[in-house]
Unconditional design. Structure first.
Ligand code: GAL
Length: 429
């Protein structure tokens, strides 16, 4: 089955589509499918164990525990940015039919293989019970729906295409403003190098992919970027070749040879002024204002990655009900928490994301997040989906891109990389 034809295809869309609630029925049923069991514990699996991620999860757990005092919360988070470690552990557990009660997965094509493998329950009944079809944007519901069935509960919307910096470092280097194009970035990078400042800090492989998607977005624009994931943009075309060549130049001004072990230490280099910029999703806001206790605008600042102003390269964290969850009743209560306004408004202000629900309490979103929420809800904002965080490529296609990219960042062979990705698309579409 070509999941992408039936599930998320809402990419390269105006935000208006995301802003509208799904127009399906609001009929409530009596919760058929709920086990109704009074489970006394719940095991929730995620990768939110590190600074900047743990705080948001803890806030939602606190709200859950307040409402469900009889349920012991078993936090099974496995540390490591973008879930690289967690996903390996989870795959082993799912294969062994030893699932947690709920696990984190990105909305979009990352879910497809779990649905096909029969690992996750259809939870449309929870949407009917809770009236959620009217509370989440239609485009987001599409991203978690296959053949009319909904498989997870989105808790947030993150933005991938962001360039973080320390205003004091730019000032010290005599740079008036963050770059608006990748060419301008390269010009600034040469200046920064002459002053012994790393232009761009980088971390492990997934952060290199996160950079890649945003160089492609900035250089190709939204339509052609989206075409990379639906077959309408040729990976071997002259313009993609040029964008990939630019990526190698940008990476040449990074600290790839001494890359940080994860996204937080890569951002630390921006904080301490040894690096000028870092491309990262807005979980960086949670980290910088939380663990680092910095003030937005003075201690840290952010712009859209070069060439992507007015675009939201989105991803969404969601939670599932695995088939065979040992504590199904408690898991359903956790999912209700994830989908609630209180849960989302406890989690997102700390996590550095905006709520997935359209009716959250705006006053809770300040600093960077006030601007993010306004941009997300602005009907003229264009929306595309993230590669590195599970929206636009299924796991098989993404896995082959991950492998090819490991080689590409070392050998800078554009033609070889483009050929590998084009073949991977054809094999896995
Ligand atoms: C993403 C995830 C975010 C954040 C980030 C860094 O994949 O969606 O919520 O956790 O990884 O770990």
């Amino acid at each position: 089955m070509r999941y992408s034809r039936r599930g998320i295809v809402a990419l390269g869309l105006a935000a208006a589509l995301f802003a509208l609630p799904a127009c399906s029925s609001s009929a409530n049923d009596d919760g058929g499918g709920s086990s109704g069991s009074s489970d006394s514990e719940v095991e929730v699996f995620s990768w939110w164990a590190g600074p900047g991620e743990k705080e948001g999860l803890d806030a939602m757990i606190a709200d859950f525990t307040k409402k469900n005092s009889g349920i012991k919360f078993n936090n099974a988070a496995v540390a490591g940015g973008a879930g690289t470690n967690a996903k390996t552990v989870l795959a082993t557990r799912l294969q062994a039919k030893n699932p947690p009660d709920s696990y984190q997965v990105h909305a979009g094509l990352e879910l497809a293989s779990d649905i096909q493998a029969g690992y996750v329950e259809d939870i449309t009944y929870l949407y009917d019970q809770q009236g959620w079809k009217e509370k989440f944007p239609k485009g987001l519901i599409d991203a978690i729906t296959v053949d009319g069935k909904i498989y997870s509960v989105p808790v947030n919307i993150h933005r991938s295409n962001l360039l973080w910096f320390n205003p004091a470092t730019l000032q010290k280097a005599g740079i008036a403003a963050a770059p608006k194009t990748w060419d301008e970035f390269l010009t600034q990078a040469a200046t920064l190098k002459s002053k012994n400042i790393t232009a761009l800090s980088i971390g492990p492989g997934w952060t290199q992919e996160h950079l890649l998607e945003n160089v492609l977005l900035g250089e190709l624009g939204t339509d052609k970027y989206t075409g990379l994931w639906n077959g309408s943009t040729d990976w071997k075309s002259a313009e993609v070749t040029a964008a990939l060549t630019k990526y190698t130049k940008i990476l040449g001004f990074s600290d790839l040879k001494s890359a940080a072990a994860d996204w937080q230490p890569a951002l630390d280099k921006v904080v301490d002024g040894t690096a000028a910029y870092n491309v990262m999703g807005d979980w960086a806001d949670g980290y910088l204002k939380g663990a680092k206790a910095l003030e937005f605008k003075t201690g840290y600042d952010v712009v859209a990655t070069p060439g992507s102003e007015g675009v939201y390269n989105f991803l969404s964290d969601s939670f599932t009900l695995p088939v065979g969850a040992p504590h199904k009743g408690a898991a359903e209560k956790w999912l209700v928490e994830c989908g609630s306004t209180e849960g989302q408004d406890a989690f997102n202000p700390q996590k550095g994301s905006v709520p997935a629900r359209t009716d959250a309490d705006k006053s809770k979103y300040t600093g960077y997040l006030a601007a993010a929420l306004a941009e997300w809800q602005n009907p003229s904002t264009k929306i595309v989906g993230s590669l590195a965080h599970g929206v636009v490529a299924n796991n098989a296609f993404k896995g082959e891109i991950d492998t090819a990219l490991q080689i590409f960042v070392q050998d800078s062979n554009v033609a070889k990389f483009a050929d590998a990705v084009a073949k991977a698309y054809a094999a896995n579409k």
